[in-house]
Write a protein that binds this ligand. Structure first.
Ligand code: SF4
Length: 471
């Protein structure tokens, strides 16, 4: 995005504050464009006026141009299940944020029997890993044509479409690709891949079926030339595959090609390659090695390119030990650094507590909250856990920064009605908030006990301090 402030966008808007966009003022709407939660075309009066007046139309086009991400955003799939790739604006997350997490597609192939295909598809659909309050999942299925038989490829693609996940169709044979597209083009699969040898047929397919397409070449000049050819012919949704080589000098070369593509795209040096990048960690399975080693290399390659600019990937190994590091790393790289990860404040009941059980308090910083909650739950500790809104900051920082205060603790006690649920007035605060002990007692009238620094020690601490001697 070429603009950095809402004021620059405001100049292009009608400035009537009519509220039709759902925001009270045009300035708030402009701020949301910067946040990428709305688009210029979400302002109805602007769009209506552009339809009648060529000058306004030009203005709207200019606004779309200056607010578009540096890297084109491409959508694979349709409806709620569609996945967005690309759409990035910066080279480093701390400069703003990364927007669209690397999309992970796992393969099935059409020489498997139907039962094996169903097993793999189910694994992709059902994969869920709970992490910092969210379920991490996989994005889609890449269907590889290994039969080279259009009829079989079409059948398998139809079967896989039944699982409702976005798809990548993988075949270099235009006949096979056409057969598959006749079956599932409406699902908006990504087709893989147009090369030096088949690009004419793939260009026809992309135009005829209106689907996004991968162009593939290890030579970046040829890759660019393919992208330009497709763009000039009217294909908007293009993905670049600079060819993933799994080890040694090949891997080093892959890394250099990816960095070069993304740098030139983001720095505006070459808009002809400003498209999402495809990485194929599955290439590790062509190595001569045992299965676990291949899975190891696949995970290494995926990790490198989750950190550096891989927008979409095709992978093979569905073992939890291979998937877990990939989805966890992706979560961490694509977390918005401008907003701390937080949970809802309020009251949580841990292990069906009774009115005699202890009351703890922690912050709503997700990492702190889930650590405390898991230590209490897994330690079979019954208790009441107050979660204070510290704007997503941890205990030490929020005590120092004034987000964890005695007055806020008093409000939380009132809001959660905890006084009606327990028959004592003891509150256990984290050891890192010890300096608030007196202030909380004065403000709330509760007796404050200073718990351990580390929630992993709560169990041992309770053995010595609960129930309180002076109850
Ligand atoms: S709909 Fe357009 S004109 Fe109306 S408030 Fe929103 S941005 Fe402003």
């Amino acid at each position: 995005m070429k603009v950095k402030s809402p004021l620059e966008i405001y100049r292009y808007l009608p400035q009537t504050n009519c509220g039709e966009c759902g925001y009270d003022t045009c300035m708030s709407f402009a701020a949301q464009i910067i946040e990428r939660t709305v688009k210029p075309t979400d302002c109805p009066p602007l769009v209506k006026e552009a339809e009648k007046n060529p000058k306004v139309k030009k203005k709207l086009e200019e606004l779309i141009e200056i607010t578009s991400p540096e890297v084109k955003e491409v959508i694979i799939g349709k409806g709620d299940k569609a996945v967005k790739i690309g759409g990035e604006d910066v080279l480093h997350r701390h400069e703003l944020t990364f927007f669209n997490p690397t999309a992970l597609f796992y393969d099935v192939w059409d020489t498997l029997d139907d039962k094996e295909i169903d097993e793999r598809c189910s694994k992709v659909v059902e994969y869920r890993k709970f992490y910092v309050g969210e379920f991490l999942t996989l994005d889609g299925i890449a269907v590889r044509c290994t039969s080279n038989d259009p009829k079989r490829f079409r059948e398998v693609v139809k079967r896989v479409a039944g699982y409702g996940k976005p798809m990548i169709l993988v075949s270099l044979n235009p006949e096979c690709m056409r057969a598959a597209l006749e079956e599932v083009a409406e699902e908006r699969p990504l087709i893989y891949a147009a090369t030096e040898d088949n690009w004419r047929e793939f260009l026809e397919l992309a135009l005829e079926f209106k689907v996004p397409v991968v162009v593939r070449s290890k030579d970046l000049n040829k890759l660019k030339s393919l992208a330009v050819t497709f763009k000039e012919a009217g294909v908007e949704d293009i993905v670049l595959d600079p060819v993933t080589e799994p080890v040694g000098e090949g891997l080093k070369g892959t890394f250099e090609r990816v960095i070069q593509l993304r740098r030139t795209a983001i720095l505006g040096e070459d808009k002809d390659v400003a498209y999402p990048i495809m990485i194929t960690p599955i290439a590790a399975w062509a190595l001569e090695a045992d299965e676990v080693s291949k899975a190891y290399w696949e995970t290494v390659i995926a990790s490198i390119f989750i950190v550096k600019y891989g927008d979409v990937m095709i992978l093979h190994c569905l073992e939890p030990y291979a998937i877990m590091p990939i989805v966890t790393l992706r979560y961490n790289i694509y977390t918005d650094p401008r907003t701390p990860v937080q949970v809802e404040p309020g009251l949580r009941e841990i292990n069906n507590p009774s009115p005699d059980d202890p009351v703890f308090i922690t912050t709503n910083f997700a990492l702190t909250y889930y650590t405390v909650e898991s230590d209490l739950t897994s330690g079979n500790i019954k208790g009441w856990l107050l979660v204070l809104d510290t704007e997503g900051l941890g205990v030490e920082v929020s005590v120092a920064g004034g987000q964890f205060t005695a007055a806020k603790v008093k409000d939380l006690i009132k809001e959660t009605k905890i006084e009606e649920k327990v028959n004592h007035r003891y509150l256990i605060i984290p050891g890192l908030a010890a300096r608030l002990q007196g202030a909380i007692e004065d403000e709330t009238g509760w007796k404050v006990l200073v718990g351990p620094m580390d929630s992993g020690r709560i169990k041992g601490w309770l053995e010595q301090h609960w129930p309180p001697k002076e109850k």
